[in-house]
Design a protein around this ligand. Sequence first.
Ligand code: 26V
Length: 794
Amino acid sequence: MPLLSTDVLRADVLRHLTFTLGKDTPNASRYDWRMALSYAIRDRIVAPWFASTRRTWAEDRKRVYYLSMEFLIGRILEDATVNLGLRDAAEAVMQAEGQDFRAIIEDEPDAALGNGGLGRLAACFMESMATVGCPAYGYGIRYEHGLFRQRFQGGQQVETPEDWLKQAHPWEFARPESAYTIPFKGEVITRDGREVWQPGETVIASAHDTPVVGWQGKWANTLRLWEAQPTTMFDLERFNRGDYAAAAEPEALARTLSRVLYPDDTTYQGKELRLKQEFFLTSAALQDILRRFKKAHTDLRDLPKHVAIQMNDTHPAIAGPELIRLLTDENGMGFDDALDTARACLGYTNHTLLPEALERWATFTFGTVLPRHMQIVERIDSWHRRTYNPPHYIGVVKHHEVRMGELAFVMAHKVNGVSALHSDLVKQNLFPELHRLHPGRIVNQTNGVTPRRWLKMANRPLAGLITDTIGSGWEDDLDRLKGLEAHVGDKGFREHFDAAKRANKVALAGWIKAECGVTVNPDALFDVQVKRIHEYKRQLLNILETIAHWHAIRENPTGNWVPRVKIFGGKSAPGYAVAKEIIHLINDVAATINADPVTGDLLKVVYPANYNVSMAERLIPASDLSEQISTAGKEASGTGNMKFMMNGAPTIGTLDGANVEILQEVGAENFFLFGMTTEEAMARRQDPDHSRKAIEASQPLQDVLQMIAEGLFSPGQKDRYHGLVHRVWHHDYFLVASDFDTYHAAQGRVDAAYADRDIWVKMAALNTARSGFFSSDRTIRSYMAEIWDIPSAL
Ligand code: 26V
C-alpha cells in the first residue's frame, strides 16, 4: 500500500514537473521540484475539500466565519503531507529523484501574514476546525508583504521587507469571479427619508482561496484571503486631460490597501490606512457571507441559524455596524431587527488587556472613512444606553473616539477571553460595567495549539516514541497522551525520551553553529525564550538573570555548574524603542559572554535573527526549559507555553495567562513557579519606591545593573544603557526588579533538577503526557458548543 501510493505520487510529481512547470528532470531546480510536489499534494486535498463543501451545502449546515486581520500560517507543504498521511511517501519520492526532502521543505517561504500569538492562533484554529469537522471559512487579507524580516547590525534590529509572493504560491486558487466593491469616504445624503451613502472612493476585494485540510483528510475548509484591486485600472478621462499622475490614483489606493501587514502589535496608532484595511476585510467577508446565505435562504432574519461570525480581537469589530448597514440599507430590514440579527451572529474574542493596544478611532477619522458607519455606531450606542440605562455608562463613543472594544462587546452575543485568568480579568478590569449589564455574555475559551504541526510534524523523534509507546490515535485525541504516564517510571522509556530530545538538540546545535557561528554543547540545558519582544514579556528579566549567572560562575569557575545555552528569539515592533534597546542588550551580552574563556562551555547566549513559525518548529522540540515569565496579569494566554509543554520542556514561569492552567494540569512539582501574583503586582505598584527597594535588597541585581551601567557589555560606548538602567531603578512598571530574586532562585531549582537525569526526564515526560488539554481541537469543540452552536459534520 505505501509502495503503491509512492509510485502514484511520483508519477504525479513528474507530470506536474513536465506539464505545470514545463521542466524536464535534468533541468529542474529545487524550486521546480518543490512546486511539482506541492501541486501533486494539493491535488490530493481537492477531493476532500469538494466533498466537505458539497456536504455542507447538501445538509444546509451552519458555518463559522473566522474574521482575522492575521493568519500566521508558516510553511504549508510538510503540514499538508502529514495530514494526508503522505509525508513518508513524499520523502521517498524526492529521494528517488535524488532530491533532499528537508531542503525542498525549507525552500518554501514562511507565510508570515501575522505578528505573533493572535495570528498563529488563527492558523491553529483553521487546522483544528478542519480536523474536528467544523464547516468554516477563514477570512483575511492577502498581504503582498507579510511581517518584515529581522537582521542584526551591530546587535541592533534592522527590518527588511518580506516578499513571500515573489515566487508563485502553489496553495491558492484565485477566484476573480468572487469580487466585491468596497466603498469608502464620501457623504451620506437623505433621499425619500432614507440615508443613502454616496462613497467617494471604492476598491475591489478579489478572493484567493487556500484549502485547509484536517488530520487524515477527513474534512477540509477554505481560507479566503482578499486582495485589493482598483475599480478602474486607469482614469482615462483624467489621463486624456493630461493629469497623468491623478489618472493612476485609484490604482495606487487599491494597491496600498493589501500591500503590507501592520507590524506594530504594541500600540494602536489610529492610522487611516489601517482602518481602511479593517473595513476592507470585514465588508468583503460580510458581503460574501450574505451572498452565500441568499443562495439557499430568503429570510435574512434566519441568518443566525446558519451563520456564526467570530471577530478575532477588535480588528474586524466594524462587522457590527457593517452587518447592520448591509441588512438595512442594502436589504431593507428595519434597524431593530438588523441589530438583533447581527448580534445573534457575532462573537468577539479579546486578546489583550494592555490599554495602549485597545483600538480607539478618532470620530473624525472614523466619520471621514466610514460616514455611514459613524451614524450607525451612534445609533447603536444610544439604543444600548436607552435599553440598559446604566448608572455609569461607558459608551461606545466617548471623548470624540469610537472605542472598538465596547463596540464589539455590545454587538456580540458572546465575548470571550483566551485563558481562565484572562477571562476573569476581562470581567473585573476591562469591561466591569458591561459585564454587570450583560452577565453571562463573557465566557472563557482557553487557547490551544494544533498537535499535528507542533508535535507530529515538528518533533518526529518524540512523535515516533509516543506512537511506539501508546499506539497511534493521539494525534486527534490528545488526551490519550495521559497513557504515557504509566511509562515514565520505566527506565527504558525515559532513555528513549531523553534520546529523542537529545537528537533534536544535536540538530539544533548544528543549525546554531551555521546560523550564529557559536558552538554549543548539546548536553547543556537549552533554555529558550521565543516570542515578540515586549516589556511585559520581560526578556529583560531573563538577560539580567543571565548576567547574574555568568557573574556567579566567574566568581567560582570550578564550581559544579550545569552548562546552559540561553536562546532568545523574537522581533520588536519597528517603532518600539525600548524593545529595540533590549534586543541590543541581549546581543551585546551574548558577544561578551560567548567570548569569555572563563565560563566557556558553561554558558552561551544565542539570538538567531528573524524568529518565525519555521524557526519555532526547530527550537521548541529541542528545548529543555520554557521561559514564560511575563508580569502577572499581562499575558492574555500565551500559546508558545503550550507548544513547549507538549514537546517535553518544563516551564519556568509566573502565574499569568494559561501558565496557570499548565501548572494545574502538570502539577506544581513539574513546573518552576516564581514571582508575584496579579494582585501582588497591582499592590506592589502602589509603592512608588518599589524598584529601588527591590534593587537595594538584592546584591546580585545591584551587581548586574552596575556592570551594565559601567559599560561592561558596551565597551565602545559606555553610556549605551544608562537610560535602560535608569528605568529599572525608577520606572519599573513591569516589576523586573521586584521579581528578580525569586526568578534567580527558581533558576537555581532548575539547575538542581536538571543535574539529576531521572528527575529531569520524568518531569519532561510528564509535561508531554499531561498536555492533552492544550490541543486546539479541544478549544474549537468548546467554541462550537458554547459560542457558535455548530455540531461536527464528522
Ligand atoms: C494588536 C494590535 C494593536 C493595534 C493595531 C495592530 C495590532 C495588531 C495585533 C495586535 C495583537 C495584540 C494581541 C495579541 O496578539 N494577543 C495575544 O494573543 C494570543 C492568542 O490569544 C495570546 O496567547 C497572547 O497572550 C496575546 O498577547
